[in-house]
Design a protein around this ligand. Structure first.
Ligand code: M6R
Length: 602
């Protein structure tokens, strides 16, 4: 789980330390912020919409006097409920004595919330998190300790969580529980700490313990005691971390891009947990003709999805570049336009959606940023769960866009009874298996560097594929071009003979996406045409394809992948290729020249 940051500490000047810790976690989310302390035996809560700096200045957190020695804080990236003061963490129970900061997504919160309301609990937010303090409150009322009440709450909840719990009834203790979302504990000379990542702890300690799934930590100033969620004691295993603060923020990776590529399996898993209510609402709007629109990488996600929709359901869905939308389409009455944008702020995409609305279309937004212009503009939206992406190159957000659209497509197909039940559930099963396939590919990415080493000084490259992987090819070419400044073009392999092949000469690099599917025979034909003119072939192939290993100069093998999911898996080695070429050329892949993460001009 990549969204939101938690920081807790038991040390002198806790407010200043928490403010500093949250600032280091700001890259995990920054639409709202909050802190809870114990001061004079009472629980004090402060929270607000917006970023950390103005919040810290307004409250004077950095200068708060000593005397406050325990607290928790949270910086949020909204997933459930709009980014507003009420939804900011920490959240309280009915007595106002228990505060909880949470990072994760709770799957069964609606049913638990309904039951809690029936038992008389009052809720102040629309978040999933708020059920946790109320469940703990019930445990305490039944005589459980804070730790046991938190563990029992965690057992009742399905979903991902890293939580920090503070209670004025136990004023020297922070209780933490971890499942799927990260949580580290640090012990230093001046106190004990918990945080969403090591970076936040670096100024205070290098002695770190990574909490494991379904473990509960009871932290006091002297350090933590750990148990499993079932109450079995666990011997704490501390390690010494030798990172500087910058490395820690990048999780030990030299660049954010590499870190974000490695986060792809978890980002996919989180996106596959999208609340079905959102997907069903969007899928019921998919009537008339459906258009998909986006820019850059987001357009490639649209292109891939148009192939998937069309192949699986014979649905004619048209992908359109956002920058071309208003010049191409004039009457959109009764139609649906799906706008895809990581940032939710891309001017071209917003322009296309405004045009679509003015011409009578319904608009669905797919974005990674809940509080963005696209969510405000859309009739309904789906929020991908990629978490903040710092590298300018879109990586994890591309993969999450693809699976969000796959989910939407499968929901739409089942709503419209387009597929027999058995087929639909098989496709959902395949979709749920894709994070593990991506994980396997990421485990083999070291093999890409020597290939990049062979080709990094080339001037130009073609990326070629057929069918749905034309989108993969275009995405691979865009990544290489934007990061390494090498000229690169991605296009359908069958088009080479209509012009592009005239550039091919000895040593020209052709990257083929060549899965073992119905297009393989034709792709081999295209490879041979290129080879005959002296091209060097780097092919991404299906594991064990001996024939292609003989034909190509270099290969990267990926496990067998269902065709509609090809771009999710085959794009990953191409991201790595672009990354390594850029690094070998001495460039910073996180900050390519002339580009911005969010392009807010047309
Ligand atoms: O935020 P958006 O998804 O709307 O951004 C669209 C493009 O600007 C973006 O995908 C761009 O192409 C990336 N830098 C590619 O890596």
């Amino acid at each position: 789980m990549l969204l939101c940051g938690i920081f807790g500490c038991i040390s002198s000047c806790a407010p200043r330390v928490i403010a500093d810790g949250l600032k280091r976690l700001e890259y995990r989310g920054y639409d709202s912020v909050g802190v809870a302390f114990i001061s004079g035996g009472k629980l004090v809560l402060e929270k607000d919409k917006g970023m950390i700096d103005p919040f810290v200045r307004r409250l004077g957190l950095s200068n708060m006097s000593a005397g406050i020695e325990i607290g928790i804080g949270h910086t949020r990236w909204a997933t459930h409920g709009a980014p507003c003061k009420e939804n900011a963490h920490p959240h309280l129970d009915c007595t106002g004595t228990i505060a909880v900061a949470h990072n994760g997504v709770l799957e069964n919160f609606l049913e638990i919330k309904e039951a809690l309301i029936k038992r008389g609990h009052r809720f102040a937010s629309t978040t999933d998190t708020e059920i946790i303090p109320h469940l703990i409150e019930e445990g305490i009322q039944e005589g459980l300790s804070l730790k046991s009440a938190a563990a029992r709450a965690a057992k009742m909840i399905r979903g991902s969580m890293a939580i920090a719990v503070l209670s004025s009834a136990q004023p020297g203790t922070i209780v933490c529980v971890k499942r799927e979302s990260p949580l580290v504990i640090g012990v230093g000379k001046n106190g004990s700490y918990c945080a969403s990542d090591i970076a936040a702890l670096m100024p205070y300690t290098d002695t770190i313990l990574q909490l494991e799934d379904d473990q509960v930590a009871t932290i006091t100033r002297a350090g933590p005691s750990i148990e499993t969620i079932d109450g079995k004691p666990v011997k704490p295993k501390f390690t010494k971390v030798r990172w500087d603060a910058g490395m820690a923020e990048r999780g030990g990776y030299p660049h954010f891009m590499l870190k974000e590529m490695h986060e792809q399996p978890i980002a996919l898993r989180d996106t596959l947990k999208l609340p079905s209510a959102f997907l069903e609402r969007a899928s019921r709007m998919m009537e008339g003709r459906v258009y998909l629109t986006g820019s850059g990488t987001s357009y490639h996600a649209c292109l891939a999805s148009s192939y998937a929709f069309s192949k699986l359901f014979c649905m004619d869905i048209r992908p359109v570049y956002s920058s071309e939308f208003q010049d191409l389409l004039c009457d959109l009455r009764g139609n649906t336009v799906i706008g895809v944008s990581q940032s939710g702020e891309t001017a071209d995409t917003l322009g296309a959606l405004r045009h679509a609305k003015s011409k009578g279309a319904r608009v669905i937004g797919i974005t990674n940023t809940l509080s963005s212009s696209i969510t405000a503009l859309s009739d309904t939206y789906i929020c991908t769960q990629g978490g903040p992406e710092i590298g300018v190159a879109a990586t994890k957000t591309f993969l999450t866009q693809l699976v969000a659209m796959d989910q939407l497509m499968l929901h739409a197909a089942s709503v419209a009874n387009k597929l027999p039940e058995g087929v639909c559930s098989k496709l959902f099963e395949q979709l749920n298996g894709v994070p593990s396939l991506v994980e396997r590919v990421i485990g083999q990415l070291d093999a890409v560097r020597p290939i990049a080493q062979k080709y990094f000084s080339r001037r130009s490259a073609y990326f070629l594929a057929r069918g749905i992987n034309v989108a993969t090819a275009m995405e691979g070419a865009l990544k290489l071009k934007e990061l390494s400044y090498m000229h690169a073009e991605g296009y359908p392999a069958g088009e080479s003979k209509h012009g592009p092949i005239s550039l091919v000469e000895d040593g020209f690099l052709c990257v083929f996406i060549a899965p073992n599917d119905s297009s393989r025979g034709r792709i081999i034909g295209n490879m041979m045409e290129m080879k005959a003119r002296g091209a060097k072939i780097f092919a991404v192939i299906t594991e064990g394809d001996k024939e292609l290993k003989l034909i190509a100069d270099d290969t990267f093998e990926v496990p067998p992948v269902p065709e509609f999911l090809n771009p999710v898996v085959y794009t990953v080695p191409l991201q790595a290729f672009a990354y390594h070429v850029a690094v070998l050329r001495g460039l910073d892949p996180d900050k390519p020249r002339n580009l911005a993460k969010s392009v807010t001009v047309m």
